[in-house]
Design a binder for this molecule. Sequence first.
Ligand code: AHR
Length: 311
Amino acid sequence: ETPAQEEAKEEAPANDLITVGFSQVGAESDWRVANTNSMKETLSEANGFKLIFADAQQKQENQIKAVRDFISQEVDVIVIAPVTETGWETVLGEAKDAGIPVIIVDRMINVTDQSLYTCWVGSDFYQEGVDAVKWLTEYMNGLGRGSENLNVAVLQGTIGSSAEIGRTKGVRDELSKYSNYKIVLEQTGEFTQAKGQEVMESFLKSGEKIDILIAQNDNMAFGAIDALKAVGKVPAKDVIIVSFDAVKAAFESMIAGDMNVSVECNPLHGPRVAELAKAIMEGKTVEKIQYVEEGVYPAETAAEIMPQRQY
Ligand code: AHR
């Protein structure tokens, strides 16, 4: 064999790699970082993939640009973790015209033509909201406070994202079954710790009595906990803290006595997306909608469960 032939042979497997263009929301939270790591670890060359990763910095316009770049690079599969639900028709129409399958992961998109994407895998955010309030009302009953008039403050995630829409509605629907629970404050903290802290500071300045804080992710809860401590309030006691994601740092916070519960949102989508991309490339039909299993983790169980957590 000539050196050129040898070289061609060595390069051959690279041609078999599935090229995936992944448009990620950003790096706004521990959850998101775990999600990115899971995708990068699984969609590796060793597993038969070439990953083109694009961080949208929480802006849909950056995602649309990234998808157009993926189309012009003729990737095999496009994967999108969408910032918001709406605004996808045009660019997904372009991907469809180019014959590139699209996998939506984590948050959902809202399109009338369901053929614009091949499949979706992610969380049931509405159910997470319902589960959070189910846990909360039982907990308040256990404290003997179940029939008190209870004021709830809500730190919402990015407005228009499925995680925000689902959790907001799930929480509202479940709370509406109880006349003594009232949402008195509600504002977005954009899923970041810094904004969570800032909004909680303004909630505290408003003078409203706050019995319960529902933070739509752990990072905003961490910011809110700092804001509470700064004004001499004891988090998880003076204000009950309900959160979402169940990242490792939330378990640490619960063990430290700062947080009461975190409702899980599973970010480990890498293996699921890899399996779907392979199946699609092999021409197999995949399930259109797949929800992942998730649990509820109260502070009382945190120390025992923490060692098994993967993110
Ligand atoms: O879409 C999932 C949500 O996005 C997570 O709850 C949050 O932490 C992330 O930013």
